[in-house]
Design a protein around this ligand. Structure first.
Ligand SMILES: Cc1cc2nc3c(=O)[nH]c(=O)nc-3n(C[C@H](O)[C@H](O)[C@H](O)COP(=O)(O)OP(=O)(O)OC[C@H]3O[C@@H](n4cnc5c(N)ncnc54)[C@H](O)[C@@H]3O)c2cc1C
Length: 331
């Protein structure tokens, strides 16, 4: 749980390439567990980059040891891709702290997180009026309102959190007041390396299962792998897996070297998630009727793959980021 956290805080300081490798391997077995780690380290990374000494010393050792799990709360019922539209508010209290009020939707790890990086409106409407807060989940006024049932990633906890005048001190603000949206978006940029790695892991699992099944299953007197209609699917799956992996590693290694990596992370997430969704469907197809049953794991990969095209920025939002880098902002 402390893979990318520096050793001085009890972490492994292994960097983002190691993070991508670990998330891929976890996702190869269980994509829900992979995103649990990915979100946890996304928040740890934000505390490391933007936190005060006090915030780092307080949270990073607990997060590195896995004693505390971190969650992330930006999305609201009426604000997802358009994150600048959030309505939850942080009002100044007479003691200099803030009272947090509102509802956050689909918070990964939210049911058991000890600390949540949550965005609230402290000022004017729009992007500039948002601040990021590190909120202890045990504070009075925070209620887990609903655990969401999902198509896939069943081992990942997804909850709605209600904040009912939650009192936090002024020291709970992460980074400068009013920079919360850009802080959240910079956290999501590293998070996208994690989701690209998660999609790559699902894709790797699809290939493992499909190669095995295609060599064992016989039809018309031959293993189905002998038919080009099957083996060419495997060839394309293997090629897209390598491309997804290399794009993910490229974004991760640029991040490790301190080079800009936002566009590369979006490209990795866009490609890997599209490939995972497409090839998970092919993996079910290769398995025939067995693929549709819960006796084989590919139906789970098929259900798990879809979310990688949605969270931490949908595929359309990744295309928006990539297109803006190419063309500039066209209004
Ligand atoms: C299982 C799960 C876990 C999640 N975990 C977290 C979490 O831990 N923390 C958190 O804050 N959020 C989390 N989310 C929320 C997730 O990040 C959002 O669902 C996602 O960003 C999309 O927002 P939305 O659902 O409101 O869709 P909308 O923004 O309403 O989008 C609907 C559709 O419109 C498209 N669209 C929107 N704007 C544009 C545009 N400008 N151009 C083209 N197309 C556009 C979208 O791509 C999408 O296809 C989670 C969601 C799920 C399902």
């Amino acid at each position: 749980m402390g893979l990318t956290i520096p050793e001085r805080y009890g972490g492994a300081d292994a960097g983002y390439v190691a993070y991508a490798l670990a998330v891929e391997e976890l996702a190869r077995v269980d994509a829900g567990t992979a995103v649990t780690l990915s979100v946890h380290l996304m928040v740890a990374g934000a505390i490391l980059r933007l936190g005060s000494d006090e915030q780092r010393n307080r949270y990073l050792p607990q997060l590195a040891g896995g004693d505390t799990i971190a969650g992330f709360a930006l999305t609201e019922p009426d604000a997802g891709s358009d994150a600048a539209a959030i309505r939850s508010t942080a009002k100044r209290a007479p003691d200099g702290g803030f009272a947090l009020r509102g509802r956050k939707q689909w918070c990964t790890n939210g049911g058991y997180a000890g600390v949540t990086l949550a965005m609230f409106r402290t000022g004017v409407p729009g992007a500039k009026g948002i601040s990021a807060f590190l909120v202890d989940n045990a504070l009075p006024g925070i209620v887990v309102e609903k655990t969401t049932e999902k198509l896939g990633i069943h081992t990942s906890n997804t909850v709605d959190l209600a904040f009912d005048d939650v009192a936090v001190p002024a020291g709970a603000v992460l980074g400068a007041e009013g920079t919360g949206l850009s802080n959240a978006l910079s956290a999501l940029t590293t998070g996208r390396i994690g989701i690209a790695a998660q999609a790559t892991g699902i894709l790797a699992a699809c290939l493992d299962a499909s190669v095995k099944f295609a060599k064992e299953r016989e039809a018309f007197g031959k293993p189905i792998a002998a038919f080009e209609g099957v083996s060419f699917k495997l060839a394309q799956m293997a090629t897209d897996l390598e491309a997804a992996r290399l794009l993910t590693w490229r974004a991760a290694s640029r991040c490790d070297r301190g080079e800009p990596f936002a566009v590369e992370a979006s490209q990795a997430k866009l490609f890997a998630s599209t490939a995972a969704r497409k090839h998970a469907a092919e993996a079910v197809q290769i398995h025939g009727g067995y693929g549709y049953t819960t006796e084989f794991p590919v139906e789970r990969y098929y259900r798990d793959a879809k979310i990688t095209e949605i969270y931490e920025g949908t595929s359309e939002i990744q295309q928006l980021i990539i297109a803006r880098a190419l063309l500039g902002r066209i209004e």
